[in-house]
Design a protein around this ligand. Structure first.
Ligand SMILES: Nc1ncnc2c1ncn2[C@@H]1O[C@H](COP(=O)(O)OP(=O)(O)OP(=O)(O)O)[C@@H](O)[C@H]1O
Length: 328
């Protein structure tokens, strides 16, 4: 039963103040772990949940991922950033068993995971979110949630053999789905097609679906992409909430405001490799990161011709914008 007695000094119910205390503690613990940490790619973490060594993925002649060593701290929110084509999504796919690495090893909670198929990786406690595909959009919100559990548990064998066992599992799955839908304020949409949800609601469903297996490490692929600014804060709150519930979060994101707002630590990839790590407040002023985003040699002086070309492009863009505005 909830204890709703009020704290006279803060005016909060004691449950609320307890929640706030937990939030402060988890955040503080995460920040404490990164205090004084060397800002070097591959730097050792005090309590890593994930440790990656020499992972390589090639597509023909292109090396999409070539990560020498990286560690992810347990209980923290870590952002994985980098310019387009840096290899972030490919790296996520290797780690979660959705694609096979050409080389390398990694451990999750000390357990070797290379070569382990996706549903077993999920069962071990490491899940990634997926954007809603066309097929999933045609299912209801509830069906998506149930699929999140079934697909990842890979228990069709048991389902066929032991119907009684499966029925009790089914009930458990439905209850867990209901609980998560309430938490993500999607319960009123449970019977709507996932395709009819707004951009922000889809992101919530993607997150809720990943939580069906009760993961320890949640990997979010661009959780803010296509989200209406009005829903931004609510989504950020849900991501922070994962940490408060004791989960570890690793997310890929281009939106630097979000990275600064919620991450405890940032890992930067460029051309397949981890090139820098550091706290969100200073990472974007790291020379290696500036180089990666702007392309090498940005500090070499521009030739006259290059300068003219840049000015010309900027003017053309500005004119196009003005024209667009006047036509509205
Ligand atoms: N299935 C594939 N076949 C061939 N090349 C691929 C494949 N998947 C990714 N690549 C290439 O690998 C490189 C890394 O791509 P990836 O999508 O992992 O980068 P990213 O950092 O996630 O980029 P973005 O931020 O734009 O999503 C790119 O050059 C991409 O074109």
């Amino acid at each position: 039963m909830r204890d709703d007695t009020m704290d006279e000094t803060t005016g909060e119910s004691s449950d609320e103040s307890k929640d706030a205390a937990v939030t402060a503690t988890r955040k503080a613990a995460a920040l404490e772990a990164f205090k004084d940490m060397a800002r070097e790619p591959g730097v050792a973490k005090p309590d890593p949940i994930l440790v990656v060594d020499k992972v390589v993925r090639r597509f023909g002649g292109l090396t999409a991922v070539d990560v020498e060593h990286v560690e992810v701290q347990r209980g923290a929110i870590t952002a994985l950033i980098g310019p387009n084509g840096a290899g972030k999504t490919t790296f996520f796919n290797q780690l979660t068993g959705f694609d096979t690495a050409d080389a390398g090893t990694w451990t999750f909670n000390g357990r070797a995971m290379s070569g382990v198929p996706a549903h077993k990786v999920a069962r071990a406690g490491m899940v990634r979110t997926f954007q809603l595909t066309k097929a999933l959009s045609r299912l209801t919100v509830m069906e998506n949630m149930r699929l999140g559990a079934q697909q990842q548990k890979g228990e069709s064998f048991w389902r066929a053999l032991v119907p009684g066992f499966w029925r009790s599992q089914e009930q458990e799955i439905t209850e867990r789905a209901e609980e998560l839908l309430v938490r993500f304020k999607l319960d009123a949409k449970r019977d709507d097609f996932a395709g009819s949800l707004s951009g922000g609601q889809r992101k919530l469903l993607e997150m809720a679906r990943a939580l069906m297996v009760g993961p320890e490490l949640v990997m979010l692929d661009e959780p803010m992409a296509g989200v209406n600014p009005a829903l931004t804060q609510s989504l950020l709150g849900h991501v922070k909430d994962l940490r408060e519930q004791g989960m570890t979060v690793l997310f890929v994101e281009h939106d630097m405001d979000m990275v600064r707002d919620i991450s405890d630590w940032v890992i930067v990839m460029a051309q397949g490799a981890v090139i820098a790590e550091g706290p969100p407040s200073t990472i974007m002023s790291d020379e290696r990161v500036i180089d990666a985003y702007l392309g090498a040699h940005h500090d070499a002086p521009l030739s006259d011709t290059e300068l003219q070309a840049q000015l010309h492009d900027a003017e053309a863009e500005l004119e196009a914008e003005i024209e667009e505005e006047t036509q509205k």
